[in-house]
Design a protein around this ligand. Structure first.
Ligand code: C2E
Ligand code: CA
Ligand code: CA
Length: 576
C-alpha cells in the first residue's frame, strides 16, 4: 500500500467514525424530547437541533430571529427568557428557567449552558428546551391531592385542620371568634345501603359541590369523610354567621339532588356548632366539640342544629365512662331483672309482667336502662345483655309457674340490633326449650325503629315468630312515625300506647281525641291495647271508659324484683 492509499483509507475510517458519532449524537438529541439551540461564538452561527418542531413553528437562523422566541411565550416570561439566554454577560456558566407558550400552554424548561475557553472567553452556547407539561401536571395533581378532596373539590381534612389552626391563631391575636360547623347527612347509611354506594358517592359529591359555593373570605369548607363535612368560619357574623349559613343550606335542601341515574334524593343534615374560644382553645378539640354536639342534634330527631353547651360535653364524657363500665359489667353481669305487672282494665286481673333490666355499677349507683341501653346498642354489648335478659326472665317465669300455676304473659324488650342477629330466633327457641316455657307464654316488645331498615324482611321474621305462637307487641307507639295506616299490614298482637300520651290524656283535649281514635282503630285491627305509664286513678278510669284493654304503670304496680312478683302471685292465688 503506498502512502497516499494509506492516507485515504485512514481518512475514510475517520469519516465513518465521525458519521457514526454524529448519528449517535443526533439520535440522543432526537429521543430526548428536547430541542436545542446551538451557538458558536467564533462562527457567530446559531443553529436549531433535534425536536425543534415539537415546540415552535418558526425557524431560527441568526440572533435577530430570537425575537420570534420572545414573542411566542406568555408575556411575563419574555424578559426573564431574554436574560437567561445571555447569561454569559454576567459570566455565568448555566441557568434554567421555566416558561409557558402563549397558545398551546406547553410548559418548557429552558436550560442554558455556556462553554468558556481557558481565558474565560465564551466559545459555545447550548440552549436546551424541554417539555415539562406532563411532569408539571402530575405535580399539580399531587399538590391538589395534598389540599383537596378528589370527590367533592372541597378542602380535605388535613388541610382544613391547618387552615382552621390558622384561623384560631389569628383569632387569638385579634381577639376574635372562630366557629366550626360539623355537618352530618341524616340517615346516610340507609341511602347507601338501600340505593348502593355509587348513589351514596354521587350524593356526597353533589352536596359537596354545592358547599363549594359557600366558601369565601374567611369561610373554609372541607369534606371530612363519608357523609361528613366541616365548615370553619373566622369571625362568624353578618353574612357569614352560623345561622345565615345554616339557613342557606337548609333552603338548598328543600330541593332534591338530581342524580345521573335519574333519581331525585332529598336529604337533611344534623349540625353541631362549637366556637373558639368558648368551647375549646385548640383546633382539634374545637372540631371534637362540634362533633359531639352534632350527635346531640341527631338524638333530638335529626335535621337540627345544636350549639355547643358544657352540659352536652359532660353528658358525653359520662357516656364514655358508662360505656367502659358497661363492657366490664357484661363480664361480671352486674345486672338484675325487675318485673312490672300489667293488669286488665276490666277486672284489674294480672295479665302479665314486663321484664325490665336494672344495672347496679360497682360503686353501687343505679344506672337507668334508658341511659345504658342506647350505649349498649351502639357498642354491640346489647347482644349478650339481651340474651341474658331472655334467659333470666324465663328462668324466673318457669319458677313462678312451677309454684303458682298462674297463667301469665312474660313481656321482653328486644332491641333492633338483637333482633337482627341471624341466630336470634334459634337462640330464643333454645332458651324456651331449656326452661320448658311455651312460646304462647311470652311476648316480644319491639319498637318502630326495628321496622325502618328492611321492612319486608323484618315483618317476615315477625310472622315466623307469631307462627310459633310468640306474641309481638309494638312498644312506645306514638313516638315514631306514628302512622295508623301502616299498622294495618303489621304482624303484631299488641300495641303499647306511649306514656307521653297518657301523661296528658286528662288535661289535653287533642291528646284525648288522638288516644281515643288510636284505641278505636287498633281494636278494629284486632290488636290488644296497653296503656303505659298510668300513674293516677283518674287516668285509669278514663282508659277503662274508652276500652283500653290493659294498664301498666306506677298506679297499679312499679317494676319490682322477682320475689315481689312472687308475693303478688301468692296473694292472687290464695284468693282463688
Ligand atoms: P319501656 O320499654 O317503655 O319501659 C317502660 C319504662 O317506663 C320503664 O322504665 C318503666 O320503669 C317506666 N314506667 C312504667 N310505668 C311508669 C309510670 O307509671 N310512670 C313513670 N314515670 N315511668 C313508668 P325503665 O325500666 O327505666 O326502662 C326504660 C327503657 O329501657 C324501657 O322503656 C326500654 O326501652 C329499655 N329497657 C329496659 N329493659 C330492657 C331490656 O331488658 N332490653 C331492652 N332492649 N331494653 C330495655
Ligand atoms: Ca317496653
Ligand atoms: Ca314503652
Amino acid at each position: 500500500m503506498n502512502k497516499l492509499e494509506y492516507q485515504l483509507d485512514l481518512l475514510n475510517a475517520i469519516n465513518q467514525k465521525l458519521r457514526r458519532d454524529e448519528k449517535m449524537l443526533r439520535l440522543i438529541c432526537e429521543t430526548s424530547n428536547s430541542a436545542f439551540l446551538y451557538y458558536n461564538y467564533e462562527e457567530k452561527k446559531l443553529q436549531t437541533i433535534a425536536n425543534w418542531d415539537h415546540f415552535f413553528d418558526f425557524t431560527i437562523q441568526d440572533m435577530k430571529d430570537l425575537t420570534k422566541l420572545y414573542d411566542c411565550v406568555e408575556e411575563k416570561y419574555a424578559i426573564p427568557l431574554r436574560e437567561v439566554l445571555f447569561i454569559e454577560k454576567q459570566g455565568m456558566k448555566s441557568q434554567t428557567i421555566e416558561i409557558k407558550l402563549k397558545d398551546n400552554r406547553i410548559c418548557i424548561e429552558v436550560e442554558v449552558n455556556i462553554v468558556y475557553d481557558d481565558n474565560g472567553k465564551p466559545t459555545d452556547k447550548i440552549i436546551r428546551f424541554k417539555d415539562v407539561t406532563k411532569f408539571n401536571a402530575q405535580n399539580d395533581e399531587l399538590t391538589y391531592m395534598a389540599y383537596y378532596d378528589i370527590l367533592t373539590g372541597l378542602y380535605n381534612r388535613n388541610y382544613f385542620v391547618r387552615l382552621l389552626g390558622e384561623f384560631v391563631r389569628r383569632a387569638g391575636e385579634e381577639n376574635e371568634t372562630v366557629a366550626v360547623m360539623f355537618l352530618d347527612v341524616d340517615d346516610f347509611r340507609r341511602i347507601n345501603d338501600g340505593m348502593g354506594i355509587i348513589v351514596g358517592d354521587e350524593l356526597v359529591q353533589l352536596f359537596g359541590q354545592y358547599l363549594i359555593d359557600l366558601m369565601g373570605d374567611n369561610v373554609v369548607i372541607s369534606h371530612f369523610n363519608s357523609d361528613i363535612y366541616c365548615i370553619g368560619i373566622y369571625s362568624p357574623y353578618g353574612a357569614r354567621s352560623v345561622e345565615t349559613i345554616y339557613q342557606t343550606i337548609k333552603e338548598r335542601l328543600k330541593k332534591p339532588f338530581k342524580l345521573t341515574g335519574g333519581q331525585e334524593i332529598y336529604i337533611t343534615v344534623s349540625v353541631g356548632v362549637a366556637e373558639y374560644p368558648e368551647a375549646a382553645s385548640n383546633t382539634l378539640e374545637l372540631i371534637n366539640c362540634a362533633e359531639i354536639v352534632m350527635f346531640k342534634a341527631k338524638s333530638m330527631g335529626k335535621d337540627k342544629i345544636q350549639y355547643f353547651d358544657g352540659a352536652i360535653l359532660n353528658d358525653f364524657l359520662q357516656n364514655v365512662t358508662i360505656e367502659n363500665k358497661l363492657k366490664e359489667a357484661v363480664f361480671s353481669q352486674n345486672f338484675i331483672m325487675h318485673f312490672q305487672p300489667q293488669f286488665r282494665t276490666t277486672d284489674r286481673g294480672l295479665r302479665g309482667v314486663e321484664a325490665l333490666i336494672r344495672w347496679k355499677d360497682d360503686t353501687g349507683d343505679m344506672i337507668s336502662p334508658a341511659v345504658f341501653i342506647p350505649i349498649a346498642e351502639k357498642n354491640g354489648t346489647i347482644v349478650p345483655i339481651g340474651t341474658w335478659v331472655i334467659e333470666e326472665s324465663l328462668r324466673a317465669y318457669a319458677e313462678w309457674r312451677r309454684r303458682y300455676h298462674y297463667p301469665l304473659i312474660m313481656s321482653i324488650n328486644i332491641s333492633a340490633i338483637q333482633y337482627k342477629q341471624p341466630d336470634f330466633i334459634d337462640k330464643l327457641l333454645q332458651i324456651l326449650e331449656k326452661y320448658q316455657v311455651s312460646p304462647y307464654e311470652i311476648e316480644l316488645e319491639i319498637t318502630e325503629s326495628i321496622l325502618i331498615d328492611d321492612f319486608e324482611e323484618i315483618t317476615e321474621r315477625l310472622a315466623i315468630l307469631r307462627d310459633i305462637g310468640i306474641k309481638i307487641s309494638l312498644d312506645d307507639f306514638g313516638t315514631g312515625f306514628s302512622s295508623l295506616s301502616y299498622l294495618k299490614g303489621l304482624p303484631i298482637d299488641t300495641l303499647k300506647i306511649d306514656k307521653s300520651f297518657i301523661d296528658t290524656v286528662i288535661t289535653d283535649e287533642n291528646t284525648r281525641i288522638i288516644t281515643e281514635s288510636i284505641i278505636y282503630m287498633v281494636k278494629k285491627l284486632g290488636f290488644e291495647t296497653i296503656a303505659e305509664g298510668v300513674e293516677t286513678e283518674e287516668q285509669f278510669r278514663y282508659l277503662n271508659e274508652i276500652s283500653c284493654d290493659i294498664i301498666q304503670g306506677f298506679y297499679l304496680g312499679k317494676p319490682m324484683p322477682a320475689e315481689s312478683i312472687e308475693k303478688l302471685l301468692a296473694n292472687i292465688t290464695a284468693d282463688m
